[in-house]
Design a protein around this ligand. Structure first.
Ligand SMILES: [Zn+2]
Length: 478
């Protein structure tokens, strides 16, 4: 508890929420701090990164949807709502920008990602800028085009990308009883999803709102295990957001074992960017509950979110990972061994057709893969959430010369680390109802990833990699 408290105090600095509609990262948004239950854990026992120490990497795409270019359609609504508080911010030639980001571009982007092994999160805004409904009709496109666009997301993107709603419209707050935007406020302003609507709302009210967004994606046959908050959505009610988010996901997609969400950006090198496993309950039972909060370690450094002002390619690549692979934010985080999530907004990849953001992204990905190869592991956010929930919530106890394990969630490629005092024999994985399985030894001198079923002993540490089953198991020695 003590170290967590200490973390909270300093958390104000580099921590902020992603704020679409401006490129600024909002200042001083502390994380919620409700870890809930944690297991007892024997001294010298821990879970390291997956597959013998591969560092998880993921790419977070906000403001994507089917067909609709959010850059074009959001600007007039943002401008109307915020031009007083952010003068000049929205004076961009949005009328000249294309209304569509085509499926051809989705395909091109997805093909590149597949060839490089990239995985991540791809938002589908369900009622994008109130243009139309992803599960019904989007005026300006034929029904066939909409269906094809959804199919492309489901069949082509989803194997490597989690789908998140980014609330309902990403612009105006919608009255979920009528489907219409809330009326103008008395002060002449508008209720915006990335504004302060959540202030004073109950958990249930916030949950209902998130649920409505999820339900549209469910209707569109785009299942979700998580959600993304548009900008500051939830800021005035952060203590409720996690409870509400968990409720919403479990109510629309009850089969979701480990719900997760994306909201926070942590760019200060003094802060941890590790996922937060929040509100854990029932960790020693069959139906453990928790919600995983996965922050990004970069802001959107590819350019302005709307795609109208991309940053220069070389500079952008360097900011993530330098030409000598020794500098850049991604290097900093990967070297620290923490999951490195980097961030963009979909219109900022397309850049109204010149694809400058996409070029920068390709540069970052190629350098990351060249520099790290198998030392990193591209994962979906849901995969990182699962691994982290297992890493944080699995009970590990050394009893005699056997490690007794109680896991609330199964996870692939879990790497158990044991600080050794004496000799450690050949590890054997014991799972009730299965034959004991001895693990295969790997040469510790030349690092390579471990496969499930392998182990190595290096200096005074054993690393044992296996697919962690739910419930009880153990590692004994033969
Ligand atoms: Zn957004």
């Amino acid at each position: 508890m003590k170290s967590r408290r200490k973390f909270l105090k300093t958390a104000g600095l580099g921590v902020g929420a992603v704020w679409a509609g401006s490129n600024a990262v909002q200042a001083a948004v502390p994380f919620p701090e409700n870890p809930g239950e944690r297991p007892q854990r024997g001294a010298g026992l821990s879970i390291g990164n997956p597959y013998g120490g591969r560092v998880p990497v993921t790419f977070v795409i906000d403001d994507s949807t089917t067909l609709v270019n959010m850059g074009h359609f959001c600007i007039p609504q943002f401008k109307e709502a915020w031009s007083r508080s952010k003068p000049g911010q929205y004076d961009v030639p949005w009328q000249e920008w294309p209304r569509e980001i085509s499926d051809d571009f989705v395909k091109k982007f997805g093909d590149f990602c597949r060839s490089e092994g990239v995985k991540g999160k791809y938002s589908i805004v369900p009622y994008p800028a109130m243009v139309g409904w992803v599960d019904r009709e989007i005026p300006g496109w034929t029904r066939k085009q909409l269906v094809e666009s959804r199919n492309l997301v489901r069949d082509f993107m989803m194997p490597d990308w989690d789908i998140h709603p980014e609330m309902i419209s990403h612009t105006r707050v919608i009255d979920i009883k009528t489907g219409r935007p809330l009326p103008q406020r008395e002060n002449g302003g508008y209720w915006m999803e990335n504004g302060g609507w959540c202030a004073g709302k109950s958990v249930d009210e916030i949950a209902d709102y998130i649920e409505y967004a999820l339900q549209i994606l469910k209707n569109a046959e785009l299942p979700c295990e998580g959600f993304t908050t548009p900008g500051g959505f939830g800021n005035p009610a952060k203590e409720f957001l996690e409870t509400a988010g968990f409720q919403a996901i479990r109510s629309v997609f009850p089969e979701t074992e480990i719900p997760h969400y994306f909201k926070y950006v942590v760019t200060s090198s003094k802060e941890s960017v590790a996922p937060r496993v929040e509100n854990a309950k029932g960790i020693d039972g069959d139906n453990c509950e928790c919600l995983v909060n996965l922050p990004s370690c970069t802001g959107d450094w590819f350019g302005r979110w709307h795609g109208g002002a991309p940053n220069p390619v070389e500079e952008t690549v360097d900011r993530h990972i330098g030409p000598d692979f020794k500098t850049g934010r991604m290097v900093e985080v990967i070297e620290a061994g923490e999951p490195a999530a980097f961030l963009t907004h979909w219109p900022g990849m397309y850049c109204n057709g010149n694809e400058t953001g996409f070029k920068s992204f390709q540069g970052v990905v190629k350098r990351l893969n060249q520099a790290y190869g198998e030392k990193i592991q591209w994962m979906k956010m849901s995969e990182i959430a699962r691994y982290w929930a297992a890493k944080e919530l699995t009970d590990l106890q050394m009893i005699g010369d056997e490690v007794k394990i109680l896991a609330p969630f199964p996870a692939p490629g879990v790497t158990l680390k044991i600080a050794l005092e004496g000799i450690f024999g050949r590890p054997v994985l014991n799972v009730p109802g299965r034959d004991p399985r001895p693990l295969e030894k790997v040469d510790p001198e030349r690092w390579r990833p471990l496969q499930a079923g392998e182990y190595r002993i290096h200096r005074k540490e054993a690393e044992i990699c296996f697919d962690l089953p739910k419930g009880r198991s153990s590692i004994s020695q033969s």
